[in-house]
Design a protein around this ligand. Structure first.
Ligand code: NAD
Length: 272
């Protein structure tokens, strides 16, 4: 199965379908990432705050794959924002991951109240220049925060990783990203499982003889989102990767986009 790549603004590419490890223990991440790599995933999304960078890095090292065959993302936690703090936090993340570079480093949340994300991104630029992060981006950034980073650093983040699922299609941010060449990466792409029972989703899945999770992941892929579903269950890890043998019609994509819903996670405008 070949996963399409999405080209980033630094010239590298991210697999459009990857694997996330939030709310997985360090040992659990080692097992889940090993399974995901065995199934064929080649992009892994972790973060400092998940406390499983070590297990994630170990699974990649033990996989038998060359380091450059796996796209690895980690994120800077909120309390590590600031120029010098960021440089230190990045070194610590690399140490735990047991690698000498990441493919993508993200500011986890803007934390608007601290107002340190511009300095933080300037540190990211220094890290990228050193070759230890190939691409630099952000997560949970609002349009206003994206504009400030672009205006004050002269650089457009490669990625904005945001909460995005049926019920929260994020049309405004997706349009801004498209206009500025920012890749949209969807977190909680299955609505943490909540979207799977939606009647529109189950009807469309049944029409294609696929599962609700597969129908939702297909919706993301056809919208152009990068997507990182999480599971620790081997059958679901495989199921979520098996989404390239069917396609939704434009009408089905529109029907899933029209599902009403709301945020599951915090509002980035308020989260500290
Ligand atoms: P998700 O939408 O991927 O849902 C995961 C849950 O859905 C699983 O725990 C399981 O209960 C269920 N599930 C998964 N596959 C299934 C299947 N095939 N059938 C039935 N149920 C299934 O939620 P998530 O873990 O919140 O998000 C995915 C990844 O996004 C995370 O692991 C993390 O890497 C990233 N993330 C980032 C942020 C951020 O602030 N940047 C926040 C949350 C998550």
């Amino acid at each position: 199965m070949t996963v399409p790549n999405v080209k980033l603004n630094n010239g590298t590419s991210i697999p459009q379908l990857g694997f996330g490890v939030w709310q997985v223990s360090d040992d659990g991440a080692r097992d889940a990432v090993a399974e995901a790599l065995r199934v064929g995933y080649r992009s892994i999304d972790t973060a400092r705050v998940y406390e499983n960078e070590a297990g994630t890095g170990r699974a990649i090292a033990e996989s038998g794959l060359a380091r450059d065959e796996v796209f690895l993302t980690t994120k800077l936690w909120n309390s590590d924002q600031g120029f010098d703090e960021t440089l230190r936090a990045f070194d610590a993340s690399l140490g735990r991951l047991g690698t000498d570079y990441v493919d993508l480093y993200l500011i986890h949340w803007p934390v608007l109240e601290y107002d340190r994300y511009v300095d933080t991104f300037k540190a990211f630029q220094q890290i990228r220049a050193s070759g230890r992060a190939k691409a630099i981006g952000v997560s949970n950034f609002t349009v206003d925060a994206l504009r400030r980073v672009i205006d004050e650093t002269g650089e457009t983040p490669a990625v904005n990783q945001i909460e995005l699922h049926p019920g929260l299609p994020q049309d405004e941010l997706r349009a801004f990203h498209a206009e500025h060449g920012i890749a949209t990466e969807a977190w909680s792409p299955l609505g943490q499982g909540e979207s799977l029972a939606d009647p529109t989703v189950t009807a469309i899945a049944a029409a294609h003889g696929v599962t609700p999770a597969q129908a939702i992941l297909r919706w993301h892929l056809q919208l152009g989102n990068v997507v990182i579903p999480k599971s620790v269950t081997p059958s679901r890890i495989a199921e979520n990767f098996d989404v390239f043998g069917f396609a939704l019609s434009d009408d089905e994509v529109a029907r899933i986009s029209a599902i009403s819903g709301s945020r599951i996670g915090p509002d980035p405008a308020e989260f500290n």
